[in-house]
Design a protein around this ligand. Sequence first.
Ligand SMILES: O=C1C[C@@](O)(C(=O)O)C[C@@H](O)[C@@H]1O
Length: 234
Amino acid sequence: MTLGFDAFTLAAPTATLDSEPSAREAADCLEFRMDLAADPLAALSSYDGELPILATNRADWEGGGAAADGRIGTLERAVENDAVAAIDIELAALEGDRGDRAAARALTEQANEAGVAVVVSAHDFERTPPKPELKRLLRRACERGDVGKLAVTAADRGDALSVLSVTHELTENGRAVATMAMGEAGSHTRAVAPVYGSKIGYAPADPADATAPGQYDLATLRRLVEVLLGSTSR
Ligand SMILES: O=C1C[C@@](O)(C(=O)O)C[C@@H](O)[C@@H]1O
């Protein structure tokens, strides 16, 4: 299965791949949160759903549940699975001093060779950094992957506007970005950012599977994006 991210792609986050049938109608792929799953590699090897998988194994130092030990190795195994069409890796793992930088970079090379798309992500669960910083992060993420992703926390509409504005600028510069502002003040960016070029949205089929504050449920985000983007949304 493949994911090109050249058009808007709606991902349903889940920790259990069994939820695929309930996501099939409205989602384009599942975001498999391996870091939140009990036995992620066993779940992957018995997966027989129709939706391609974007595999995320979010580090504990970036708001996820995966400890350093074996985290990148688990993603390497995921890349070998035919249902896995994309992986998510943190910009801080590729560039920062968090974790094993060499292993994270080797993972992206392995993915490139296997035709698996790479989403390079940066998160801020506390605030929305100033616009120049948002741009810098997103540019660097784009340089290291097929899609650069930014999820920051909005305190107000001004923060939300900053996120939309960098989305627009980088898209105009030919970059593939995925952006969203977390939190209540940022919820609407999940529907509006795709209008400015954001290529990935996240919305759980079951609200109990929400993986970030301010997410809409899957059917709602699909409907909103369909209204705002029209026929280009699928
Ligand atoms: O990074 C992201 C974006 C996200 O945090 C959101 O805000 O929807 C949800 C996560 O599951 C995903 O990995």
